[in-house]
Design a protein around this ligand. Structure first.
Ligand code: ACO
Ligand code: ZN
Length: 470
């Protein structure tokens, strides 16, 4: 039995706990799909009539929220429960009586965040390993960040601390602590031939969410429906077989459509609702007017199927060239994220601007951007190797040159060079050293087919939005 207390603010020091002692806010080890126990917080408890027992919605501490899930009692290690109190502190109490319950496997389809990550530190390059060296023009370094290359963790720190934008269809606000929005509210969505399990909360209408296990979307106009029958009726009448807006790119089966958030409000709002299911760190707003949406599609005999998109402010004071970016789960890890990122920089090149994604980045966003920046910068540096060399055999380049040619913002270039461990101090100056290992791994990567944007296939002229009514 849990000891009786006169005040909720008192600590509970019980030797044993039972399921009925558990409350929202409690922390305890919970068995994940991998079989590993991890500290988790109970966010919600509900009675499952069919199973005849409570279900617990848990958030694994220090894990991405897409791993949050409903678990049954057998997943909970009741011997180590921490109770949350109003003062904000948690108190750990160990119970010796209740043993670990027998195991019953659950099968969430994602691995713990730590296991998914594959970020490796770049190997340290000895001068003797050097194949080629490129000299950095120090004045350009000065102009970027007072000569000091960022620390290895600087990029993520900068990302995390960047001030959120104050406007947008999805504005960065950090995690919502609103109890309702912390819990995934939709079990499944059906979009064309795909069924997807959402990762996060999205504010679809309450009546749709409370009564339905699954919501049904028209894959072309993204309108939502509560049943397959209503979707079917809609599809028979729907006039679209592609996203609205202008097709500004086509290469093979891949197209990009540009959609104006003001002219195609319903589509843009539906796209944001859909995207929010897979984006945690953004708060959704309905003002889509200041945004353009670039939707990537794959074409077949039925139509142009949405693969992913990115949004972009028509005018960005911070010179962001991407606000939100998403590849739908069935298409992830196939190079489409890279393709979207490349397209965003190609648009920036046409605008003759540098750009950067809006901060904060998600964990997967950061991985994808780091990978794109590294590949693009190494590719450029390898091009520079062909240029004229000075007496030391060095080629002079500036960070400005790299930024101009790639449209990647200088700070992102600096942090990537640091991340790749390319900076060396040589004969009194900073040089970039491309190790044999790095060149080899770059060439190895090129052997695999990579989806690339063909800049010639872009049919787009930037608009001066300061002169237009947004
Ligand atoms: N685990 C490990 N590495 C990954 C993963 C993963 N789950 N996903 C992508 N990567 C790496 C890839 O290995 C690749 O690197 P490599 O070329 O060095 O091997 C790189 O990231 C890009 O891979 P893609 O296949 O091109 O990326 P994908 O199509 O999966 O799209 C994206 C990436 C858009 C971030 C996708 O994961 C997504 O939509 N996530 C949910 C929404 C999100 O987090 N968006 C970013 C928010 S930040 C912002 O909006 C500005
Ligand atoms: Zn439709």
């Amino acid at each position: 039995m849990i000891p009786s207390t006169s005040s909720a603010d008192k600590e509970h020091n019980s030797p044993s706990f039972e399921l009925e002692h558990l409350r929202e806010g409690c922390r305890l080890p919970v068995r994940m799909s991998t079989g590993e126990y991890r500290e988790a917080e109970i966010l919600s408890i509900k009675y499952d009539r069919e199973a005849g027992e409570n279900k617990y919605y848990v958030h694994y501490v220090d894990c991405n929220r897409r791993l949050d899930e409903w678990v049954g009692p057998t997943h909970l290690r009741l011997s180590q429960v921490t109770f949350a109190f109003r003062g904000g502190k948690n108190h750990r109490a160990n119970a010796s009586v209740i043993s670990e319950a027998s195991s019953r496997a659950s099968s969430p389809d994602v691995l713990p965040q730590k296991k998914r990550r594959r970020i490796g530190r770049a190997p340290v390059v000895q001068p003797s390993d050097c194949l080629e060296a490129l000299k950095i023009d120090e004045s350009s370094l000065d102009s970027v960040s007072n000569m000091a290359p960022p620390s290895p963790g600087a990029m993520s720190t900068a990302s995390a601390s960047a001030a959120p934008s104050l406007r947008g269809s999805m504005t960065a606000h950090g995690h919502s602590e609103d109890a309702l929005t912390r819990i995934r509210n939709i079990e499944e969505i059906q979009l064309g031939r795909w069924c997807m399990q959402p990762w996060y909360f999205s504010p679809y209408p309450q009546e749709l969410v409370t009564t339905q296990q699954c919501i049904y979307l028209c894959e072309f106009c993204l309108r939502y429906h509560k049943s397959p029958a209503t979707l079917k009726r809609h599809v028979e009448k729907c006039r679209y077989n592609h996203p609205p807006g202008n097709e500004i790119y086509r290469k093979g089966i891949h197209s990009f459509f540009e959609i104006d958030g003001r002219k195609n409000k319903a589509y843009s709002q539906n796209l944001c609702l859909l995207a929010k299911l897979f984006l945690d760190h953004k708060t959704l707003y309905y003002d889509t007017d200041p945004f353009l949406f670039y939707v990537l599609t794959e074409q077949d005999e039925i139509g142009f199927h949405i693969v992913g998109y990115f949004s972009k402010e028509k005018e960005s004071a911070e010179e962001y060239n991407v606000a939100c970016i998403l590849v739908l789960p069935p298409y992830q890890k196939k190079g489409y994220g890279r393709l979207l990122i490349e397209f965003s920089y190609e648009l920036s090149k046409i605008e003759k601007k540098t750009g950067s994604p809006e901060k904060p980045l998600s964990d997967l966003g950061l991985l994808s951007y780091r990978s794109y920046w590294s590949q693009t910068i190494v590719e450029k540096l390898l091009d520079y190797r062909q240029e004229d060399r000075d007496a030391n055999g060095l080629v002079t380049i500036t960070i400005n040159d790299l930024a101009e040619e790639t449209s990647i913002r200088k700070e992102d270039i600096m942090s990537t060079l640091q991340q790749l461990n390319l900076y060396k101090y040589f004969k009194g100056q900073y040089v970039l050293v491309l190790s044999e290992e790095l060149v080899k791994s770059h060439q190895q990567r090129l052997k695999k087919p990579i989806l690339r944007i063909d800049p010639q296939a872009i049919k787009w002229t930037p608009k001066d939005w300061s002169r237009k009514r947004i």
